[in-house]
Ligand binder design. Structure first.
Ligand SMILES: O=c1[nH]cnc2c1ncn2[C@@H]1O[C@H](CO)[C@@H](O)[C@H]1O
Ligand SMILES: [Zn+2]
Length: 432
């Protein structure tokens, strides 16, 4: 007897060798996909009838600071440098374990609701992030965000904390948690520190998550201080490789694009954050044309201000079209690949496709809605017409985290109430 069967669904497998299955069935056992096709001989304890709905791989958010969800709407409409240095960093200095835990639980709740099955995170008090992820049932690649600002003592301390986190949490929560090293950016971390981080990550066999060329200010800083941009600087210290998850990559030259593609770097594109902070536009279609792996992320909730990956997909498509003045770039299927297959590749997880032997990480999207009627092309609707609110069921590692709109792994009202209380206490502390 299998654990679960989902039947009568329009299945968007995202498996290039299979494509869509118009009336299909998926069998789940031990957290994995046991069978996928048009019929099955298996029976299961739990059967979900997905008639009229789309079954697809859950979305993968490849750049987030989940704990920052506690700052949703706290500091809007500012320059990135001003936003970080004068608002976010002073406020973060006030954060406690409990704030991060509350913020991350809120983030997990929102992600489960909007069809995200895994996310990559870089933040502080990361132990509490891991605890929240463990309890919420979602999958994640977590890193402690390290900054040394050229201070040798701070570098030692940060690397020690990042390393302790990797050792404590890698492979935990039934294998749902992977860990990474999270050096903040080339303009906030010293050259020596980045070299040490890379060495340690290779030694520990984990990946690295870093912000790269998010702003023109970073580009100018790197040129002034090192005579080259961040891409060449990181190439110089043998940093690049398929183990690197580089968020943003907005300010790239054609030469930079070639380097990122050549080294198999994973690039997390965050269109909402880049638009809101007016950072610029990542040359996604050029990167893809050159063979680079580009995935999608939301960034933190203080620069987005939500974690809805459907909205992120739509923005990714529209922003490329208008910036290249070419409506044929980033068609819907390509964007779906970025949010599923490419994201899974970046995180090194067997998700992002509905395929035998893959993780049972999937979502059911209710299509019986005015704004999703009629249907000529399912992929088009998912990218251009749907939102995270249309997700009705979310399954991670074979466990149902939300069913028909009801979240099962978290007490939704409690998570919201605690986040509100924490935000009120926090604002009093910050203003004091
Ligand atoms: O868009 C961004 N650019 C640069 N830094 C950011 C952004 N969003 C959040 N952080 C900051 O990165 C650190 C991770 O530990 C945090 O300080 C967070 O506020
Ligand atoms: Zn970020």
């Amino acid at each position: 007897m299998a654990d679960m069967i989902i039947k009568n669904a329009y299945i968007l497998t995202m498996d290039p060798s299979v494509g869509d299955i118009e009336n299909g069935v998926v069998v789940i056992e031990n957290g994995m996909i046991k069978e996928i096709g048009t019929s099955t001989q298996c029976s299961a304890e739990k059967v979900i009838d997905a008639k009229g709905s789309v079954l697809m791989p859950g979305l993968i958010n490849t750049h987030c600071h989940a704990g920052m969800t506690i700052f949703r709407g706290y500091a809007d409409d500012m320059q990135l440098q001003d936003w970080l240095e004068n608002h976010i960093w002073p406020a973060e200095a006030q954060l406690t374990d409990e704030d991060i835990y509350a913020g991350t639980r809120l983030a997990c709740l929102e992600m489960i609701r909007s069809g995200t099955i895994a996310f990559a995170d870089m933040y502080i008090h990361e132990n509490k992030v891991a605890q929240a992820v463990d309890e919420a049932g979602i999958r994640a690649a977590l890193s402690y965000g390290m900054i040394d600002f050229g201070d040798k003592e701070k570098a030692d301390k940060e690397l020690k904390e990042g390393s302790a986190f990797v050792k404590e949490w890698n492979g935990k929560a039934d294998g749902r948690i992977d860990t990474m090293y999270g050096p903040h950016a080339p303009n906030t971390c010293s050259r020596d520190f980045l070299i040490r981080v890379k060495e340690q990550a290779v030694k520990d066999n984990v990946k690295i998550h870093i912000h790269v060329l998010e702003t023109e200010a970073e580009l100018n800083y790197m040129k002034e201080n090192f005579g080259m941009c961040s891409i060449h600087f990181l190439k110089d210290i043998d940093f690049w490789g398929p183990d690197i998850l580089a968020a943003h990559c907005v300010w790239l030259s054609d030469g930079d694009i070639k380097i990122l593609a050549e080294y198999g770097v994973n690039i997390s594109h965050n269109p909402n954050s880049n638009m809101k902070l007016a950072s610029g536009i990542c040359p996604v279609s050029k990167l893809l044309d050159n063979g680079a792996n580009v995935c999608i992320g939301t960034d933190g909730c203080a620069s987005n201000n939500n974690l809805d990956m459907f909205e992120e997909m739509r923005m990714a498509a529209l922003l490329q079209k208008v910036s290249t003045m070419d409506p044929t770039v980033l068609p819907a299927r390509k964007v779906l690949e970025m949010a599923t297959i490419n994201g899974a590749k970046a995180l090194g997880i067997k998700s992002g496709m509905l395929k035998e032997g893959y993780n049972a990480d999937m979502i059911i999207v209710d299509m019986n809605k005015a704004h999703l009627t009629p249907v000529y092309d399912v992929a088009s609707h998912l990218v251009y017409a749907a939102s995270g609110k249309d997700v009705e069921t979310t399954i991670v590692n074979g466990k149902v985290l939300m069913e028909e709109g009801k979240v099962l792994s978290l007490d939704e009202q409690e998570v919201i109430d605690i986040a509100i209380q924490r935000s009120k206490d926090l604002i009093l502390k910050i203003n004091n």
